[in-house]
Ligand binder design. Structure first.
Ligand SMILES: Cc1cc2nc3c(=O)[nH]c(=O)nc-3n(C[C@H](O)[C@H](O)[C@H](O)COP(=O)(O)OP(=O)(O)OC[C@H]3O[C@@H](n4cnc5c(N)ncnc54)[C@H](O)[C@@H]3O)c2cc1C
Length: 500
């Protein structure tokens, strides 16, 4: 007899979300996590004496329906009050920084210093982006059918609802949304704004966490995706990543589920194309009726299932999933006198600057003039560094970590000249660390690039977007599937609907 109804591989926020829903529905649930702590990319962890930071992730927020369904405020999640929504601050060479407050009227005041025309268009841009984010959120809520197979009733109904949502958006916004997805961020922003400062600041959000420059097709989509996840331009919950996954873990346990850390799954046990359980790295076998994996699709299907169990064409599609991590992180522990304001600070003075930073990644090189995103929490300063490609052409990550620190500090010295002298400790996370420590294949933050050919019914691969796999009773529920990418919990929530 199976010990559990459901085993979930990986205790990232998506695995924990699925676990909480299932445990609440009275299923016997076990979550297995290879690291010593739960949370995946959403963790606050220690790098030494008193040196604690949100290790990898900076923004995003769980969908409100998940917070409500799982009653997460009861389990310790502090809902961010709307009145303290942070700003996006774009550094300018002359210290005339652009401050994009969440309140459009206040943002327009700052934009006016760069262009009166842009200031007058800001309100309309924010309105459209909020609408577009809402439509995308609805698309992420909808279970995608396994095209080109025929639809079942529920899939057909879901698509009808999505169609209705698009129609309710109004003809103009519906068309503009569909049109924006394949556009370059540059083209989209040129339609609204003329100043380099405003275009650069918004384009930074479009390319955040993607290996794309703002002149690449599809960065219209990534702009809407990141806007949706953040609830605007700036990151929320900075310094409090661990609280999200702690609330989810508390919910899982309180509903009767179990979470085991330092429990790496070595392979999924399969008999006659049916998943029967898992084998841990220490040899222990655990059986269950259903296995969910919130690890990325490549790792799950190629390492834990194995190509021998899968149809050749499916293996080829899995191998072809584009995973292209190009982000590194630098955490600085300072003496507290850094004076860097709260909110999300970006070094993205223009679209050209961002595209040049991306040029390096195309050739397997680290950007000499990177796009940086800086957030602070108390005396900690965290720097998101783009672009640092996972596969380096002429070097290796074992030796380049220190270089990332030096490049980040040299770049920031123009804006915060005293910063270097205030640092008491620092910690660099390279794309290789993202793979080895955080389990992200090729350092890809979203378990697969957010691109239009890996979107909707093509995520994680064409024909397999409804969480199912060719192995019966094995489902995917991490960021690499439809609804996933970023911290929203959508993939973990949706898989539960796909099971029933
Ligand atoms: C540097 C960085 C910056 C980011 N910035 C943002 C941002 O600003 N906004 C945003 O919304 N998103 C951001 N993201 C992306 C976001 O954090 C991820 O998409 C999301 O957290 C992934 O959640 P998940 O639960 O799907 O997977 P993960 O968090 O990756 O969790 C998967 C878990 O599975 C475990 N695992 C893997 N293999 C096994 C195995 N064999 N056995 C047991 N356990 C296993 C892993 O250890 C991990 O804990 C960022 C990510 C990174 C790394």
């Amino acid at each position: 007899m199976e010990q559990y109804d459901v085993i979930i591989i990986g205790a990232g926020h998506n695995g924990l979300t699925a676990a909480a829903y299932l445990a609440k529905a009275k299923k016997r649930v076990l979550v297995l996590e290879r690291r010593p702590i739960a949370g995946g990319s959403v963790v606050t962890e220690s790098f030494g004496d008193g040196f604690e930071a949100d290790a990898v992730w900076t923004g995003g927020q769980l969908r409100p329906d998940i917070v409500k369904d799982l009653d997460l405020t009861r389990f310790g999640l502090d809902p961010q009050p709307a009145s303290v929504k942070p700003a996006l601050i774009s550094l300018q060479p002359d210290s005339n920084h652009l401050i994009l407050e969440a309140d459009p009227a206040k943002a327009a005041q700052s934009i006016k210093r760069f262009s009166g025309r842009d200031a007058s268009r800001w309100n309309e841009f924010v309105r459209f982006m909020d609408k577009a984010a809402h439509i995308l959120d609805t698309a992420y809520y909808t279970l995608m059918p396994r095209l080109p197979k025929s639809l079942n009733l529920r899939e057909g109904y879901g698509l009808l609802e999505l169609g209705l949502e698009l129609r309710l958006a109004g003809r103009k916004d519906m068309l503009n949304f569909i049109r924006a997805l394949p556009m370059t961020a540059e083209e989209l922003l040129e339609e609204y704004f003329e100043s380099d400062a405003v275009r650069g600041a918004v384009a930074a959000v479009a390319i955040h966490a993607s290996t794309l420059g703002p002149m690449e097709a599809g960065t219209g989509y990534t702009l809407i995706h990141n806007w949706m996840n953040r609830g605007g331009l700036a990151n929320v919950n900075v310094g409090r990543a661990g609280e999200i996954t702690a609330a989810l873990s508390n919910a899982v346990k309180s509903f009767g589920g179990e979470i085991r850390t330092e429990a790496e799954v070595a392979n999924i046990k399969i008999e006659n194309q049916i998943a029967k359980g898992v084998v841990l790295a220490n040899g222990e076998e655990i059986s269950a009726k259903t296995i969910l994996s919130s690890a990325d699709p490549k790792h799950t299907l190629l390492d834990l299932v194995g190509a021998r169990e899968l149809p050749p064409e499916f293996v080829w599609h899995t191998q072809s999933i584009k995973m292209r991590g190009s982000v590194a992180k630098v955490h600085l522990q300072t003496n507290g006198a850094h004076g860097i304001p709260g909110g999300t600070i970006v070094l993205a003075p223009s679209i050209k600057y961002l595209e040049r930073a991306y040029d390096a990644a195309k050739y397997g090189e680290i950007s000499e003039k990177p796009y940086l995103e800086i957030t602070t929490s108390g005396n900690m300063v965290s720097i998101h560094f783009q672009f640092a490609p996972f596969s380096l052409r002429n070097s290796e990550w074992k030796v380049e970590g220190e270089n990332i620190y030096k490049l980040a500090m040299a770049t920031l010295a123009d804006y915060f000249p005293n910063l270097q002298s205030l640092i008491t400790n620092y910690h660099v996370i390279t794309p290789q660390d993202l793979e080895e420590t955080y389990g992200l294949t090729e350092g890809d933050l979203n378990h697969g690039q957010l691109m239009l050919d890996q979107f909707l019914f093509m995520r994680p691969m064409p024909g397999w977007s409804n969480h199912k796999t060719p192995i019966d009773n094995l489902y995917l529920c991490g960021s690499g599937v439809h609804g996933g990418g970023g911290v929203s919990g959508a993939a973990g929530r949706n898989v539960v609907r796909a099971l029933t």
